[in-house]
Design a protein around this ligand. Structure first.
Ligand code: PEP
Ligand code: MN
Length: 333
């Protein structure tokens, strides 16, 4: 349920209303706009008398929200959310360009790529240390060592780092990581999501391989319901009957998610296509439909990459893509 309160209400009137709502055993979420404040009520609101609330002078509207996601809902928070990551921001006009290898392989590799993507305009460095691989015989990532190498690269180039977590027990290892990524395979690992919700780290939540947007937003809700509102949604393609591409980029997910939610939405064209030559056109389409950023795999030597080489751009291809994306962003301003 949302209760829209006029901002000309006195402090006493507002506080009285808040105390009354709190006594109804629901959690409150506030979003202050220029003329109104939206109070979102999360919990069992069935016994709350909407007519009673509507009768108050300071209340301009009361609406029951039937969507199961509340904190992530745009009705609760009409303005776009901006997630701050170090000295950069995502959302509300701030476009994130997250780039780096699928997995961290060595200090030389990650530092070289970090320098190249930064020079080409990346705002964050990605790199997997803990890798969710389909086969247990494939490279599983450098794990703790990979995290250390990412921190070395961060120190060298000054870009915030984004890396994937697979196990809630690892949270302490991610202390110095700027954005914790939850991969597609863990989108519905609810225990992990709840633990991440108890941290104050920005979370990059990737859409599951076969999940609906409602399920995706419910996963964001798991993080937010524990108090962490710093969630960035990432559309990374879904599984369809198509076989020429690794997944199918659900481009309509971007405007739909932005209609349903106030959270920033970024697109990963690398995992969506699995084909490096499709990364640029998909990046342009994502920018054109209003995405708040891109996450692109870049490798200094794609043919020798230990993971996802066929979908990785070279630094030069990334630079070319970044320039073209900038033009699209200017065109749609
Ligand atoms: C990744 O970003 O490296 C990754 C494993 O992506 P996804 O979870 O989308 O497959
Ligand atoms: Mn990958």
């Amino acid at each position: 349920m949302i209760v829209v309160v006029n901002n000309n209400a006195s402090k006493e009137q507002f506080d009285n209303l808040v105390s009354w709502i709190e006594a109804q055993n629901v959690k409150l979420h506030f979003s202050k706009g220029e003329t109104h404040t939206v109070i979102g009520l999360v919990g069992d609101t069935t016994k709350i008398d909407t007519e009673l609330l509507e009768g108050l002078d300071i209340v301009s509207q009361v609406t029951r929200v039937s969507d199961p996601f509340k904190n992530a809902n745009r009705k609760f928070h009409p303005d776009d959310t901006t997630v701050t990551v170090g000295n950069t921001k995502v959302g509300c006009g701030n476009f994130a360009l997250i780039a780096g290898p699928c997995s961290v392989e060595s200090e030389e590799q990650i530092v070289e790529i970090a320098k190249a993507v930064k020079a080409a305009g990346a705002t964050m460095l990605r790199g997997g240390a803990f890798k969710p691989r389909t086969s247990p015989y494939d490279f599983q990532g450098l794990r703790d060592e990979g995290l250390k190498l990412l921190l070395t690269a961060k120190k060298e180039v000054g870009l915030p780092i984004v890396t994937e977590i697979m196990n809630a027990d690892h949270i302490p290892l991610f202390e110095d990581v700027d954005v914790i990524q939850v991969g597609a395979r863990n989108m519905q690992n609810f225990e992990l999501l709840k633990e991440l919700g108890k941290t104050n780290k920005p979370i990059l939540l990737k859409r599951g391989l076969a999940n609906t947007l409602k399920e995706f937003l419910m996963s964001a809700e798991y993080v937010m319901s524990e108090g962490n509102e710093n969630v960035i949604l990432c559309e990374r393609g879904i599984r369809t009957f198509e076989t020429y591409t690794r997944n199918t980029l659900d481009i309509s997910a971007v405007p739909m998610l932005k209609e349903l939610s106030h959270l920033p939405v970024v697109v990963d064209p690398s995992h969506a296509s699995g084909v490096s030559r499709l990364v640029k056109p998909l990046s342009l389409s994502a920018a054109a439909v209003g995405a708040d950023g891109l996450m692109i795999e870049v490798h200094n030597n794609p043919q020798y990459a230990r993971c996802d080489g066929p979908q990785s751009l070279t630094p030069a291809q990334f630079e070319d893509t970044a320039k073209a994306v900038k033009k699209v962003l200017e065109a749609i301003k």
